[in-house]
Design a protein around this ligand. Structure first.
Ligand code: AMP
Length: 379
């Protein structure tokens, strides 16, 4: 194995959103050069990278040229095509590997993989037509959730089915694409574990955090999570095992449902830093972004110690409905940190930034971050 990729060398990021931006900030702080490739320009990542390449992901010649200009390639969203990862891998290591991408970018493959390895997942069925949907609904009962098998995120490509007579319209809403039907889980809460695995196989985690969603999009994360020690240790053990089983080099997030009888079910995996790990930027010795950098560069992983309880609140574009939010009002709370992603257009549901609050307890941090957002959005 060759040695580590060191400061002064160049990391390449496929994708150009906020995850790439925060990764690039961490990488540049440590003296690395950052190149990013995506179809867009003046992107959240491109604004802080050394070099921004605008090219389609299926422009494999552009991807190869990009790979030749860097020392390692990673990605900041999982919907990068397998062929794109493979073209980059002709030149430099791609971490996590194209195989990890291939499994985690497709709900059905991911769930089938997890179930085959004995991990607990939400009951699911593969659905290819309206008849199969009806049969699966008979098996699971209602309510249930129909999801596209590929290319879904933040609740996109999902339809909740309340009763059998909604089956046909639900199927139509997904435009006849290959789908997965899941039993609807009446969960007590959602939680997640962000973990990282190094080139040497060492695994570290950022602990369990509690996630509150609104309209299927993450709204608030609370660290440490409000779960029992038993649930916490089980979730952490599952997360470590997932990274090892998938042979991940990099960061991966495992999202869970916690049932009312305290059982964990994996909802989904994200093979990259995750929105529920953003608190680590301000509240942990090493952020999830620096950890991704260390992992893909073959450096030792850093401490994930949480310096103080923290909470993160997303700033969605909806908050811009009355014009630019009042940032001074949010910043007037001294233990609140503002992160904005440099996106020009605030659309409803679009992640524009986030706030992190640090406090003596996770509950106090949650209260503070929600209050800061309320003030910013003049609610
Ligand atoms: P996903 O994109 O699959 O992570 O779904 C987004 C959000 O929708 C989840 O975080 C849950 O809040 C909700 N959701 C998704 N699937 C289910 C399910 N099977 N049962 C209950 N809620 C769900």
């Amino acid at each position: 194995m060759s040695g580590p990729i060191l400061p002064g060398q160049t990391v390449g990021v496929l994708g150009s959103g906020q995850l790439g931006r925060m990764f690039a900030i961490a990488a540049r702080r440590m003296g690395y050069r950052v190149h990013t490739l995506s179809p867009d320009s003046d992107t959240p990542t491109g604004q802080v990278a050394d070099v921004e390449v605008s090219a389609a992901y299926d422009d494999l010649d552009a991807v190869r040229r990009f790979a030749q200009s860097v020392d390692v390639v990673t990605f900041e969203f999982e919907n990068v095509l397998s062929a794109t990862a493979a073209a980059a891998a002709e030149w430099v290591p791609v971490r996590p590997s194209g195989e990890v991408l291939h499994i985690t970018q497709h709900r059905l493959r991911e769930k089938t993989f997890l179930a085959s390895k004995g991990f607990p997942v939400t009951p699911f069925a593969h659905v290819l037509n309206a008849d199969e949907l009806r049969a699966a609904l008979d098996k699971f009962g209602c309510p249930a959730v129909l999801k596209t098998a590929g290319w879904g995120y933040d609740g996109k490509g999902q339809v909740k089915i309340a009763s059998h007579d909604q089956a046909a319209s639900a199927w139509q809403q997904l435009n006849g694409s290959e789908a997965v039907l899941e039993a609807f889980v009446d969960f007590e809460q959602e939680c997640s574990v962000v973990a990282a695995r190094g080139v040497d196989g060492a695994v570290v985690d950022f602990g369990v955090v509690t996630n509150r969603h609104a309209n299927h999009i993450l709204d608030v994360t609370i660290a440490p999570g409000l779960v029992s020690p038993k649930v916490a240790s089980e979730a952490i053990a599952i997360a470590h095992a997932v990274l090892e089983t998938l042979d991940v080099v990099g960061v991966l997030c495992v999202e869970f449902f916690v049932s009312r009888d305290q059982r964990l079910m994996i909802n989904e995996l994200a093979p990259r830093p995750h929105n529920s790990g953003h608190f680590s930027f301000d509240a942990s010795v090493t952020s999830q972004f620096e950890q991704q950098l260390r992992a893909i560069c073959g450096l030792p992983l850093g401490s994930t110690e949480l310096l103080r309880p923290a909470a993160m609140a997303n700033l969605l574009g909806d908050g811009w409905s009355q014009g630019e939010p009042d940032w001074a009002a949010a910043c007037a709370l001294p233990n609140v940190k503002l992160h904005l992603y440099g996106k020009a257009e605030a659309r409803p549901g679009r992640k524009m930034g986030h706030l992190t609050a640090l406090a003596d307890t996770p509950q106090a941090a949650e209260q503070m971050v929600v209050e800061a957002r309320r003030r910013a959005f003049r609610l």
